[in-house]
Design a protein around this ligand. Structure first.
Ligand code: ADP
Ligand code: MG
Length: 558
């Protein structure tokens, strides 16, 4: 440590905690592994659910990796990196979040063994990078082509993705059929390639009924009823206005105080207010709007005038719905009634209020501008519908990946086993210490069949041995049939995953592992000095401390 005449030079605040070298790596790896451990048991159709209870007692029961980690409020910085992996996976593909996190955690665990053999992290990272590239190459080579016309395969992709959500078991085919239809309807073709804008598919949940009653609506369903029962409940080919401002007088003004000294004044004031509302409604009518979706509130008097003029209005429409309505109907959202012109209006073939379960909803069907559809997911209890909704999101994500990239692989651990075996063959030709890292990467991929086997109560070692032997004899589609607890041909069982989901899981998982492995120093400013420092803190050197280091948590006491 630098000293001048016996005085240590402190370059950091005394409260700063620092962990270096193996201590830092150790605690980061442990945190990453722990996060992976949390979601591991949810993988696949036999995966277990997690019950998450927040501060105010709201309960979410889910099997979805990204949802679990998002709600868990993980603190450790390295743990957070794994949470980010699941988020990236979710935004890029919409499925495979657990897989990505499991791979990242497993890569860290395997790296730990190499670090214990005194292999330098940079060599591990180099080996992992080579392995990642090769793994993706082998993954692609093992993929099958799929087009938007291959409805059977698409349906398998969708069901496979949804089936891992335990709650929906048995009913996913119904939903899968709807999703395939929905995605096909909104798919845009350009030079033979398809793109799917997921924003054009709205998912609306309805409590009551059951999953089989779910339906696909050609248009947008807004989970709101008309504000006044005297308004028409149906319009054919109406002009539609989208207003992002209250149709009220108060609320538009800033806080003002008016002193009223006699009853006439009050009456005059109220009359004036009513006049202003009347004018607003007149304006809407004059422009030609027959249906109004308002993002804010609508005053009682305005409701009355609107109803009188035969205009149907819906209030407090969600912003996201307003955007969807704008795209689908061609209307522009105006931020004041004054600004409304006939050019801002959109239209649809039919706008109608219908009763769904125990609530009224407004259906905007046959939209001219965008091919917008809504999947109405029905189910008995709130938890079932919510989990079904997450399953639908995953299904849409998987299907979109499959159609956009046109490649699928056999799931149930078959593809991971295949890629791992090819990686090990390749590693044999590499030699040196990188070989070890490539082999470890292969073992990390085998975590997927291993975890699937464990979820089905199978012996994990036996299962991997069996899998490897089947694959060595050319049975590349063999994986873990978790429902029967057997190693079987997963292609026959129609377990199909999009290549892109697997590719993204491998690359974001290994990038996160590499980022974590590259860190050899954790410097945390502990504010008040009373924090315990990084979790799992192994003794590391303190700034200005003796080489032996200090016990963790002592930073603030110096
Ligand atoms: P993720 O969040 O990674 O998508 P899931 O819980 O959805 O995690 O599980 C996905 C894994 O489950 C994939 O590897 C998929 O191939 C596998 N899987 C799906 N259905 C089956 C099945 N019937 N048998 C075995 N594995 C399956
Ligand atoms: Mg999934």
């Amino acid at each position: 440590m630098p000293r001048i005449g016996g005085t240590p030079i402190l370059v950091m605040s005394e409260d700063t905690e620092r962990q270096r070298g193996k201590g830092a790596q150790g605690s980061n790896i442990a945190a990453g592994e722990q996060v992976a451990e949390i979601v591991k048991t949810t993988l696949g159709p036999k995966g277990m659910d997690k019950m998450l209870v927040d501060e105010i007692g709201d309960i979410v029961v889910t099997n979805d990796g990204a949802t679990i980690l998002e709600k868990m409020d993980i603190e450790h910085p390295a743990g957070k990196m794994l949470v980010e992996v699941s988020q990236t996976q979710d935004t890029e593909t919409g499925d495979g979040t657990t897989t990505a996190v499991v791979i990242a955690g497993e890569l860290l665990g395997q790296a730990k063994e190499l670090l214990d053999q005194d292999i330098h992290p940079s060599l591990i990272i180099k080996g992992y990078k080579i392995a990642q590239e090769k793994a993706i190459k082998y993954l692609k080579e093992a993929s099958q082509e799929v087009t938007i016309e291959d409805e059977d395969i698409l349906q398998n992709v969708c069901s496979t993705s949804m089936k891992s959500k335990g709650t929906a078991i048995g009913k996913e085919e119904v939903l899968a059929e709807l999703i395939v239809k929905a995605v096909k309807q909104v798919a845009d073709e350009k030079n033979g390639a398809y793109t799917i804008d997921k924003d054009n598919i709205k998912i609306e949940t309805v409590g009551g009924g059951n999953l089989e009653n779910s339906e696909l609506i050609d248009g947008i369903v807004v989970d709101k009823e008309r504000v006044h029962s005297n308004m028409p409940s149906r319009h054919e080919n109406p002009k539609i206005a989208l207003i992002n401002a209250p149709i009220e007088v108060k609320g538009t003004e800033t806080d003002a105080e008016i002193q009223i000294t006699n009853p006439d004044q009050l009456e005059g004031f109220l009359a004036q207010e009513e006049n202003m509302l009347k004018e607003m409604v007149e304006k809407i009518d004059k422009v030609g709007a027959e249906v109004v979706f308002c993002q804010k509130g609508i005053d009682d008097a305005a409701q009355h005038y609107l109803a009188k003029r035969g205009i149907t209005a819906v209030r407090r429409v969600k912003k996201s719905d307003m955007k969807k309505l704008a795209r689908a109907t061609g209307a522009s959202i105006v931020s004041s009634v004054d600004d409304l012109t006939d050019e801002d209006l959109g239209n649809a073939e039919n706008v109608e209020e219908k009763r769904m379960g125990d609530s009224e909803m407004t259906f905007v069907e046959g939209c001219p501008k965008a091919k917008a559809v809504t999947i109405l997911v029905r189910g008995g209890t709130e938890h079932v519908v919510e989990e079904a909704e997450r399953a639908v999101v995953d299904g849409i994500g998987a299907l979109t990946c499959a159609i956009e990239t046109g490649e699928v692989v056999t799931g149930g651990g078959a593809i991971e086993t295949h890629v791992a075996m090819r990686l090990k063959e390749y590693a044999d030709h590499v030699g040196g210490r990188e070989q070890l890292a490539i082999e470890k990467f292969a073992e990390a991929l085998e975590a997927i069949p291993r975890v699937l086997a464990r979820s089905a109560g199978m012996d994990t070692i036996d299962t991997l041995v069996k899998l490897r032997s089947e694959h060595s004899s050319g049975k590349e589609r063999y994986g873990v049939n978790v429902l029967k607890g057997k190693v079987e041909n997963m292609e026959n069982l129609k377990v199909t995953d999009p290549t892109k989901v697997k590719e993204q899981a491998i690359s974001s998982g290994s990038e996160a592992a590499n980022t974590i492995l590259r860190i050899d120093d954790i410097i945390s400013s502990s504010g008040g000095g009373d924090s315990g420092g990084p979790q799992g803190g192994a003794p590391g050197g303190m700034p200005g401390g003796a080489p032996g280091g200090m016990p963790p948590g002592m930073g603030g006491m110096m």
